[in-house]
Design a protein around this ligand. Structure first.
Ligand SMILES: C[S@@+](CC[C@H](N)C(=O)[O-])C[C@H]1O[C@@H](n2cnc3c(N)ncnc32)[C@H](O)[C@@H]1O
Length: 214
């Protein structure tokens, strides 16, 4: 891990442990208005994956969308968020493995997974940590496997961009997140190929399908 990474990671863990009890409630308008309609788009890209890694699983909002027949592992930095995911998995009768882990240092052997996903994790991770995070995810995904991301981007529409700018300080404070991450550049820097990049909600939420070389 790069120097200084420990501090950023510690701060993110603390933010999410603090917000975990309220997370689903705070996010509910966005879940209902935006995310619920687009989460399935992520998992359509990994339907054949028999072993799937979901990075930054949070409270487990992706659980209903995992492909049937996939053995899923969800990891998260925050024990508070993981506890919520565990409860949601139990409620939905979904048997998944959950692990307390940092995406920069995954406790799995090389080539363990057929594919990996991360929804709204890379808008949280600082830019300087993203190439290492992507390389680490690629390490545990088999050669040729997919890494699918769902992330925010700043709108090009002036009015929408202004609204996003007004929201940005709250988003940074509450979630440690930003709309301005340069994830597309980091994917290339990590040696991955972008197969697909398309907006799935207006021009502010983007789906990226990257391929691990091999
Ligand atoms: C904005 S939430 C998204 C949660 C979930 N994926 C979703 O779509 O609702 C970001 C999650 O990433 C986790 N996270 C942040 N940094 C992480 C890291 N370095 N390693 C693993 N998880 C991390 C946070 O604890 C939080 O649960």
């Amino acid at each position: 891990m790069m120097v200084g990474a420990g501090k950023s990671i510690g701060r993110l863990g603390a933010i999410y442990d603090r917000i975990a009890p309220l997370y689903d409630l705070l996010d509910l308008p966005f879940e209902l208005g935006r995310y619920r309609a687009i989460r399935s788009e992520v998992f359509k890209e990994v339907t054949g994956a028999t072993r799937l890694l979901d990075c930054g699983i949070g409270t487990g909002r992706n659980l209903p969308y995992y492909p049937g027949g996939s053995e899923v592992t969800g990891i998260d930095l925050s024990t508070g968020m993981l506890a919520r995911a565990r409860r949601r998995a139990r409620k939905l009768g979904r048997d998944i493995e959950l692990a307390h882990a940092n995406v920069l240092d995954l406790p799995f052997a090389d080539d363990t997974y057929c594919a990996a996903t991360a929804t709204f994790l890379f808008c949280v991770l600082p830019d300087e940590l993203q190439p290492d995070a992507l390389r680490e995810i690629a390490r545990v995904v088999k050669p040729g496997g997919r890494i699918v991301l769902l992330e925010y981007a700043f709108s090009e529409n002036p009015l929408r961009r202004l609204v996003m700018r007004l929201w940005a300080p709250w988003i940074r404070f509450a979630y440690g997140a930003g709309f301005d991450r340069r994830t597309r550049e980091h994917i290339a820097a990590a040696g991955l190929t972008i197969e697909q990049r398309r907006f799935v909600h207006a021009d502010i939420i983007v789906l990226i399908v990257a391929r691990v070389p091999g």
